[in-house]
Ligand binder design. Structure first.
Ligand code: ARG
Length: 463
């Protein structure tokens, strides 16, 4: 005898219903309700295939189709009552379908299991996220391209060790991030191609004896093909791990850029002004304008990388095929996806709105002996000195300038000649930051014409 409180979906052999704590640890409906659209879409495709192959009648399939559409609209209008006793989204939808259409609802689960069902639903959800991430990355890249185009020739200091190194251009710096986010875009696209195989029809793990048509359901759900091994189809979550890996790398890039914006917008640097729309005030210090959005973007890597490590840890060591551990795959992915989308949107907004302070950038570029390498290169090119010797002489001139609290170009020719007698007045031509930047025309270098060439290449690639 089945106890009336045992689970209606699988309680046939159970005399007792679950303990409240069992129900609490087992249920996933509080979070996997986010899969409702994919779940209903998957069920519709499955029912249509069951009818096309003669496994269920066209009449039952039609009742199922209409019932599922009703369930969908109930969920979307908020009138659907989710039940923890029904564990997850799959059983919540099916139970409501039964209330709505009666007996035919029971035929929907023919030749299917929640194992291939959840794998299919989740794959479609992650696929949507990859598509959304692709669009968000393109928007960010476009915003960076606009900044780069406006300031292809604006001079700023380039840093190593956060010490002034050599002058570069604003456009060049923006384009560095275009390259980084461009590779993230490539990773998103790669991951999508690899993951786009349908688990549906793998059933519990071994496939099914019903004459199903997996190509039909795969095509109906936008997959390129059915997954070729039923055990793999229900057991792996590498598609989610790939998404999290891509998300973590993107979040790392966002974090570095966000850190630069925090530094650049400080009173000490004043390289950029962030818009009011992406800043906040202080409740106690009226003068303050805080780069909170940049700081939060800088921090999002914490939870995104946490999600990645979390899911890797859940999956490691699991024997094939499905284990309930895998129900722990969703919340981390949901949270990481939400965080990533928000961070990308906020960064795009900040980049679109921010104004570079050209004078501050130029002042900073001209100080800190940023053309010392140009001086050393000149000694090599014009006087024919070995680079090591040129480096040494330049070092002595930097020390002299530092001593006099002036910059390299402010030393006199006599000063220069006191260190190396062959230096001529021509040297002053390379000590200006404009000349320095304009001279770096090597492929990928900082010369404005080269930066412009890269901007054009990217704009063509994005159209
Ligand atoms: N809620 C489950 C999950 O998210 C669905 C699959 C359950 N399958 C099973 N055989 N218990 O993983």
């Amino acid at each position: 005898m089945t106890n009336s409180s045992s689970n209606a979906m699988w309680g046939g052999r159970f005399a007792d219903g679950p303990d409240a704590i069992m129900e609490a640890i087992n249920a996933s409906i509080s979070f996997d309700r986010r899969l409702y659209a994919q779940d209903i879409q998957g069920s519709r495709a499955h029912a249509a295939m069951l009818a096309a192959t003669g496994i269920i009648s066209p009449k039952d399939a039609e009742a199922i189709r209409e019932g599922l559409l009703t369930v969908l609209s109930e969920i979307e209008t908020g009138s659907f009552e989710f039940s923890t006793a029904l564990e997850d989204i799959h059983m919540n939808v099916e139970a409501r379908l039964k209330e709505l259409i009666g007996e035919p609802a029971g035929r929907l689960h023919t030749a299917r299991s929640r194992n291939d069902q959840v794998a299919t639903d989740f794959r479609m959800w992650v696929r949507d996220q990859l598509d959304a991430t692709e669009a968000a990355l393109i928007a960010l890249i476009r915003a960076l391209l606009s900044q780069a185009e406006a300031g292809a020739g604006w001079i700023m200091p380039g840093f190593t060790h956060l010490q002034t190194a050599q002058p570069v251009t604003w456009g060049h710096h923006m384009m560095a991030y275009v390259e980084m986010f461009g590779r993230d875009l490539g990773r998103v696209r790669d991951a999508r191609v690899r993951m786009n195989e349908s688990p549906l029809g793998a059933a519990a793990l071994a496939g099914t004896s019903f004459p199903i048509d997996r190509d039909q359901t795969a095509a109906a759900l936008g997959f390129d093909r059915p997954a070729a091994n039923s055990l793999d189809a229900v057991a792996d979550r590498d598609f989610a791990l790939e998404f999290l890996s891509v998300a973590a790398i993107t979040a790392m890039h966002l974090s570095r850029f966000a850190e630069e914006l925090v530094i650049w917008s400080s009173t000490q640097f004043r390289f950029v002004a962030l818009s009011d729309r992406f800043s906040t005030g202080s409740s106690i210090m009226p003068q303050k304008k805080n780069p909170d959005a940049a700081e939060l973007i800088r921090a999002k890597i914490g939870r995104i990388l946490g999600a990645m490590i979390g899911l890797f840890t859940v999956m490691k060591g699991l024997p094939l095929t499905y284990s309930k551990d895998m129900q722990e795959d969703k919340e981390q992915v949901f949270d990481a996806a939400d965080s990533l989308m928000l961070a990308l949107a906020a960064m795009t907004g900040m980049v679109s709105d921010m104004t570079a302070n050209r004078d501050a950038l130029l002042d900073a570029a001209a100080s800190g002996f940023s053309t010392a390498t140009d001086l050393a290169d000149w000694l090599v090119r014009v006087l024919g000195l070995p680079f090591r010797e040129a480096h040494h002489i330049t070092g002595a001139l930097v020390a002299m300038a530092e001593d006099r609290c002036c910059d390299l170009h402010e030393l006199t020719l006599e000063d220069m000649q006191s260190v190396h007698g062959d230096i001529t007045a021509d040297v002053f031509a390379v000590l200006g930051v404009e000349n320095s930047v304009a001279s770096r025309t090597s492929y990928g270098g900082t010369a404005p014409e080269e930066v412009t060439r890269q901007i054009t290449r990217w704009k063509e690639m994005l159209t």
